[in-house]
Unconditional design. Structure first.
Length: 217
């Protein structure tokens, strides 16, 4: 049990290294939470600070998710801390995945104001089973191209992940992770949901195929 707690704590601390905020501090740039949508994620970084910064932020947030489930969760610990046969051993991966997402959303190092956790979720999935990334990416692309909403695409990708896991896995811990991750992403996008319902959510014009056909808005 102690080992599980330590792994979860370590994952949370890694998650607290929010890519956009870390890059901002290292380069002496503005706090991204004061720019654009105010979100400390890769999409806002891309929109407000350019492609290079956006990709760097995405890479950092993706990498820490992968570290949590691909390195920290399976890392061997002394049997006294986490016996191999312990009933909670299979929960290491879900605990580390949720912890790193919470660290990104509520970062200790940045006043508990972080991003929305989508890139970090994608990284955790890479660490668990890279094949699960494909339905997430395909659903994300389909929604962005059809409707132009990155936020809607991100939420749907998280829901698709939960559905795919539920349909293909018999693991209760993994199914729980899929459901929790989807709920967490929906929660962090609650303001986007409100704007979608109000018709004021911004679109990714360059990726929105229907918008391109209609011409510039």
């Amino acid at each position: 049990m102690i080992g599980l707690i330590l792994k979860g704590l370590f994952s949370y601390l890694i998650g607290s290294v929010v890519g956009s905020l870390a890059v901002g501090r290292l380069t002496g740039g503005a706090d991204i939470r004061t720019l654009g949508s105010g979100n400390a994620g890769a999409t806002n970084a891309l929109r407000t600070q350019g492609t290079k910064v956006g990709l760097a932020v995405f890479a950092i947030d993706l990498a820490k998710g992968w570290l949590a489930t691909g390195v920290i969760a399976p890392w061997p610990v002394p049997p006294a801390l986490l016996p191999p046969a312990a009933p909670f051993a299979p929960w290491c991966v879900p605990v580390c995945a949720v912890a790193v997402m919470l660290g990104h959303i509520y970062p200790l190092w940045f006043g508990f104001r972080g991003g929305k956790g989508v890139a970090t979720l994608l990284g955790t999935v890479l660490g668990i089973n890279a094949r699960l990334v494909l339905p997430m990416i395909l659903s994300w692309l389909a929604v962005v191209i059809a409707f132009g909403y990155v936020s809607l695409a991100s939420m749907l990708a998280a829901v698709v992940l939960a559905v795919v896991i539920a349909a293909t896995s018999q693991s209760a811990p993994l199914r729980s992770l899929g459901a929790l991750a989807a709920l967490l992403v929906l929660y962090t996008h609650r303001s986007n949901i409100a704007r979608l319902l109000a018709g004021t959510e911004s679109r990714a014009r360059r990726l929105w195929l229907c918008g391109a056909r209609r011409g510039p808005a």
